[in-house]
Design a protein around this ligand. Structure first.
Ligand code: HEM
Length: 159
């Protein structure tokens, strides 16, 4: 079962880098950008930092998904999707689908353009909405991580 251990190590490292980055953007970067006085500085700083993080996040979400599905394959755990006590498997998959859609499809297709358009018109409101969206994703990710660690180590809410 060495391959399972290796996949788990890759999975956890990828999750740390990815969700840790989301926490940094949510609790440090966006609040700092919101405090800047010039709209131009706000947009430029945010786009530069978030752009760099988006590349990292694309790689870490991909590694998380690959290692996660690989573990399900090795464990032959697909039936878990049919059992309520494995709600944390559903939560992991949901969080992964959400981020994958945002990073690979919504961002490049329209989110970036929409952000720029509204940030030029009303930066305060735009950054507030974006901050809120980051908080929602971060909280969802943390609940998922807590549920996954507890579930993996035998603490199940439902039987
Ligand atoms: C396609 C998406 C994903 C799949 C298929 C997946 C699958 C898995 C599997 C099969 C395990 C091992 C379960 C066991 O040993 O019984 C696991 C563990 C774990 N996953 Fe995921 N996962 C995914 C995404 C995520 C996401 C998005 C997060 C965090 C937000 C996450 C966090 C964790 C954590 C923290 C563990 C526990 C590691 C441990 O305590 O040993 N996973 N995942």
């Amino acid at each position: 079962m060495e391959e399972l251990v290796i996949a788990r190590v890759v999975h956890v490292i990828a999750v740390i880098l990815w969700i840790g980055g989301v926490a940094m953007v949510t609790t440090v970067i966006i609040p700092s950008v919101k405090r800047m006085t010039s709209k131009e500085d706000q947009i430029k700083t945010f786009e530069t930092i978030e752009g760099k993080f988006a590349i990292q996040a694309k790689i870490t979400t991909l590694l998380t998904g690959l290692s996660g599905f690989y573990m399900l394959y090795v464990l032959d755990g697909w039936h878990r999707y049919l059992e309520l006590r494995f709600w944390w498997i559903h939560a992991m998959t949901l969080v992964w689908i959400l981020f994958t859609l945002i990073l690979y499809i919504f961002e490049p297709l329209f989110l970036h353009k929409v952000f720029k358009k509204y940030a030029e018109k009303n930066p305060e409101k735009t950054f507030n909405i974006m901050h809120m969206a980051h908080w929602v994703l971060l909280i969802l990710s943390l609940i998922t991580t807590a549920g996954a660690v507890a579930g993996c180590h035998g603490f199940l809410l439902f039987n």
